[in-house]
Ligand binder design. Sequence first.
Ligand code: NAD
Ligand code: UDP
Ligand code: UDP
Length: 335
Amino acid sequence: NSVSKPPPSPSPLRNSKFFQSNMRILVTGGAGFIGSHLVDKLMQNEKNEVIVADNYFTGSKDNLRKWIGHPRFELIRHDVTEPLLIEVDQIYHLACPASPIFYKYNPVKTIKTNVIGTLNMLGLAKRVGARILLTSTSEVYGDPLVHPQEESYWGNVNPIGVRSCYDEGKRVAETLMFDYHRQHGIEIRIARIFNTYGPRMNIDDGRVVSNFIAQAIRGESLTVQAPGTQTRSFCFVSDMVDGLVRLMEGENTGPINIGNPGEFTMLELAETVKELINPKVEISMVENTPDDPRQRKPDITKAKELLGWEPKIKLREGLPLMEEDFRLRLGVARN
Ligand code: NAD
Ligand code: UDP
Ligand code: UDP
């Protein structure tokens, strides 16, 4: 990390950080599923210093164990609902539980994380002049009446439902981002992330892909929530992280959908997991939760045109990569 050329004129700052081209990057929620994969990617660039701030609500140090002690890496136990005073160039703001069972567990905390947490990170961005990227969600489209969803669609969201702490919370977070951008000139980026899966997902977080894979490995029946015809589009985590970095480095504020447009019903997903992982398991129909969106598929025209990004990994390729990780963690070998 030494400076190759001296600065043009003598300066007392000659040997200081000011003349190094290092980029100091804060990743909030970096101990989580997507965040830890993002950290892996950012750490590959030797010019990056990465600081993770996480309260370990749904994330864990284990996801970052290969970086702990690395000279370009720092891990802080911090809750984003509290102010954070550090000096950084970029902020990837991911901190927020993403799985319904976790974000519904303490809904007031979830909305505080989305609103106060995002406000604090914007205050930080404003103070230090950093660029900030928010990981918003396809949930801002609610139970969409437009299909597939393009960014110009305003959504169909229940403001008082059990998912509102998350989806309305993210909508306010997006509003805050744009207000800081318009009022204070902050450089913002907004990604609307669609369902993402891959290694390091919480095994028991109740999300459909992690549930089905864990169930198939354990030989339990796959629990399709009724009616089973509802659809989702699943993006493998390496594709997701690639899209986030392109968005951060590019010139567009967004919001931009980042997701895989391959759309599956939950019954189709169950059939695929059964075929690939354990043909002996049964598929059973169980009760659903309120306000479950019936369909979801990203229109990724903008991501293709503005970021030159599209996902590479198909569901049938990604599921076995996740199976491998889950088998290791569950201690069940393939027979
Ligand atoms: P995750 O739960 O694995 O990661 C979230 C991380 O944020 C965890 O490490 C958690 O401990 C941390 N966190 C939560 N509240 C915090 C707080 N108040 N202060 C500090 N840290 C806090 O979830 P993920 O799947 O990695 O999601 C990351 C981001 O992407 C979230 O913002 C989520 O809303 C968004 N997103 C994810 C998906 C998906 O399918 N995984 C879809 C849409 C949007
Ligand atoms: N903030 C922070 N880190 C900083 C600067 C601000 O966490 O480096 C927080 C601050 O505590 C405040 C929020 O960000 O609650 C918004 O800051 P801003 O300066 O925009 O608003 P103000 O402090 O004027 O309310
Ligand atoms: N789902 C399911 N079985 C499960 C868990 C979820 O059929 O064991 C369904 C759920 O009803 C929803 C879809 O899978 O229609 C995606 O749910 P998930 O919680 O993974 O994500 P989100 O609803 O946030 O998209």
